[in-house]
Structures are given as structure tokens and as C-alpha cells.
Design a protein around this ligand. Structure first.
Ligand code: GMT
Length: 374
């Protein structure tokens, strides 16, 4: 098929999923057209089946807020017409699904252009729940020709909050287990914890520092903080206050975390809410057990005590105790690490999940358009 993909191309889970989905689809013979304001970060060197179309937003003195959604809709329609796209697949509801809806309407007289919206989490739980965006988010879900959600939790939450009754297909996030794989020989003697996120408040980044402080009372360990965002400064300050500077590295944004993860021992994901927890899945594929929180979609990924641990958000003592348990019992560590890899391979690998998207594309493309039905 010829598929147009739109996402937030910078760092963030939804952009990573969209980019890696595009790469996998191209690998399976589809033509993929990314329509975004910047080249998606994980796109890497080109493939003849991957195309990138930049959305340019011109400013004008009258525009206090340049209308990105309109520039995106125009570009989507233009690319769809020129390259005969079969459908658009947009990641993150606002504003991408509204732009896709406009593009579909712009082309309605000449061709059909169905669009699928994938809900990732904060587009529903934070942005969508904001009174300014609530009605347009609900409208965009209703108007999409297909809607997918990355977890059962997020589907239930969307149905409850927006009172939508339409079908929402759950297609979990995925990981390429050939790219993300364990390399225990790369693990150092010193125990290393890792946190990976966009450092937004919802991630409870400061809890990672508190967990390290508690862990170090029992086991020598250090912490790698990967990513950047608003909570980085406060996390750096807390590190200083607790005298942990020699043991914490703030690495900033990293492009190749598949090279970094296999040398780590435990992933910390102390989030307040996580609709799926892609970072946990990537770590698990590398045989790195996650110590995370029992929130949102994380229990669909992590089975407590088997392939990782889940504790209450904010309970840093309990999370630290799980880390200590893993680091001081090598039989337990090896069993949880192997189970984590097994979960990634047997339930969330690309060869299981990508065909679910392909089947959904075919289903949606074969249906009459939502616009024609309503
Ligand atoms: O919170 C983030 O990491 C960013 C956000 C996004 O949309 O870029 O992530 C959401 O989508 C990810 C990919 O599907 C999920 O793995 C994250 O759990 C989800 N974040 C939240 O629900 C807070």
C-alpha cells in the first residue's frame, strides 16, 4: 500500500512508534510517506520506499499563532494526490487527525482518502481532557475512518472520558527484537540503573534520584538519565542536594538507545501515568528488567514478579527495594531478565504487531468512508 504517516517527529514515544512503524512497513514492501515538520529522529539513512515531505509553516505578522494544522492539511492533500496514497495514518489526535479530516474533505470530489488515528496517551489523558481541546478531540475520534489505541487501558479511558461508542482497535506497541537484544557481556561490574523519557512531570523523574539514593544505602550503583525536558533541571538540583553527583550521568537525548540499553542492569519508570510504557518494552527486549509503576497500560506489558516489578507511583521506597532485590539476588535477576526478553519476543515483537496494522489498513481501506456514512 501507499501510506502517509504523520506524527510529532521529535523525541517522544508516539513519534518513535510512528517512525519505527513506517520503517517496518517499508521493509515489508509498502511505500511510506512521512508528512511532518521535521525529519523523524529515528528515520536514519534512506530507503527507496521511505519518503519525507516537510510541512512548512510560513509566518505572517497577522498570525500570532501560525496555523500549522492548515499547512499540514494542505501538504497531506498534495502528497496524497501526487503519490496516490491509499490512506493516511496519523499518530496523536491533536491536531493531526483534524488535518487529515481536512485533507480527506479537500480531495473528496476526486478520490477517497481514509485516515486512521492512533491514540498514544497524553493526546487523550492530558491534551484531550483540556477543556479547550476536549470537543475537537472527540470530534476527531468520531470522524476518523479507523481508530487504534496502544493499550486496552487507553481504549477504556477514551470510551469513558469521551463517551465514544465507535470501535477502537487495540494494537499494542512493538519492538524490533533483532535491533533491541541482550548483550550481557557488555554489562559492567558496577550496577547501572537507567531512566529514559522526555522528562515531563508525568514521568516523576525526581523519583529516580530518590530511588538511587535508597538503593545506594544497600548496593553500590549509578544511574544514567537519558532524555531531556522540563524536569531535568530540578532532577540535577536534587542530585546535587543529595550529594549524588558522582553517581548520576545526565546524558541528554540519545539517538541509539539500542546500543546503550544492553549494558544497563535495571530500568526505572516511576511514572504517574503511562498508557503503554515503550521505554519499558525496549529495555525488556534487551533483557533489562523494568521497575515501574502499576498505572495505565503498564500491567498489560509487565507481569509483576515475573518479567519486572510494578509498585505504586510515588512509593520510591518500594521501588528501591525491588531494585535492591534484583541487584542482590543473581538467580532472581537472571530469571526476570530472561522472562523480560521472552515477553518482548513472544508478545510485542514487530513480526506479531505490524501485521495487525496491515490487516487494519486493508479493512479500513475497503470500508465506505466515515464521511460517506455520516
Ligand atoms: O509520555 C511520553 O513518553 C510521550 C508520549 C507521546 O505521545 O509521545 O508517550 C505516550 O505514547 C507512548 C508511545 O505509544 C507510550 O509508550 C507512552 O506510555 C505514552 N505516554 C503516556 O501515556 C504518559
Amino acid at each position: 500500500m501507499k501510506i502517509g504517516i504523520t506524527c510529532y517527529p521529535t523525541y517522544g514515544g508516539s513519534g518513535i512508534v510512528a517512525t519505527e512503524l513506517g520503517l517496518e512497513l517499508a521493509h515489508r514492501g509498502h511505500d511510506v510517506h512521512f508528512i511532518t515538520y521535521a525529519n523523524p529522529i529515528r528515520l536514519g539513512p534512506g530507503s527507496s520506499r521511505i519518503h519525507y515531505h516537510e510541512v512548512e509553516v510560513s509566518s505572517y505578522p497577522l498570525f500570532q499563532y501560525p496555523p500549522y494544522c492548515l499547512a499540514l492539511a494542505s501538504r497531506m492533500a498534495e502528497v496524497a494526490r501526487t503519490y496516490h496514497l491509499d490512506l493516511l495514518h496519523v499518530h496523536y489526535a491533536i491536531p493531526h487527525s483534524i488535518a487529515a479530516l481536512l485533507a480527506r474533505q479537500m480531495l473528496a470530489a476526486e478520490r477517497s482518502l481514509p485516515f486512521i488515528t492512533t491514540l498514544h496517551g497524553t493526546d487523550i489523558t492530558l491534551v484531550g481532557a483540556d477543556p479547550s481541546y476536549f470537543p475537537i478531540t472527540r470530534f476527531s475520534i468520531d470522524q476518523s475512518d479507523g481508530v487504534t489505541s496502544i493499550s486496552h487501558y487507553l481504549r477504556r479511558h477514551t470510551e469513558e472520558i469521551f463517551h465514544v461508542t465507535r470501535d477502537i482497535r487495540v494494537i499494542h506497541n512493538f519492538v524490533n527484537c533483532h535491533i533491541y537484544h541482550p548483550a550481557p557481556e557488555r554489562r559492567r561490574e558496577e550496577k547501572v540503573l537507567v531512566h529514559l523519557s522526555n522528562f515531563r512531570p508525568v514521568k516523576r523523574v525526581l523519583d529516580c534520584i530518590r530511588i538511587l539514593a535508597a538503593v545506594r544505602r544497600e548496593v553500590p550503583a549509578r544511574l544514567m538519565m537519558v532524555g531531556d525536558g522540563p524536569e531535568r533541571g530540578p532532577a540535577e538540583r536534587l542530585t546535587q542536594e543529595l550529594g549524588l553527583e558522582p553517581y548520576v550521568d545526565f546524558l541528554g537525548k540519545q539517538d541509539h538507545i539500542e546500543r546503550l540499553l544492553p549494558s544497563m542492569h535495571v530500568l526505572l519508570l516511576p511514572s504517574e501515568l503511562e498508557s503503554f510504557g515503550l521505554a519499558a518494552l525496549e529495555a525488556m527486549a534487551c533483557g533489562v528488567p523494568p521497575v515501574a509503576t502499576r498505572v495505565g497500560g503498564l500491567p498489560e506489558l509487565v507481569t509483576h514478579g515475573v518479567d519486572g516489578f510494578l509498585e505504586a507511583p510515588g512509593d520510591t521506597a518500594a521501588q528501591a527495594a525491588r531494585v535492591v532485590q534484583l541487584l542482590s539476588d543473581s538467580a532472581l535477576y537472571h530469571s526476570v531478565s530472561a522472562a523480560a526478553r521472552h515477553t518482548a519476543e513472544s508478545r510485542f515483537s514487530t513480526n506479531l504487531i505490524i501485521p495487525q496494522y496491515e490487516r487494519y489498513y486493508e479493512e479500513v481501506a475497503a470500508r465506505p468512508l466515515a464521511s460517506a456514512v455520516s
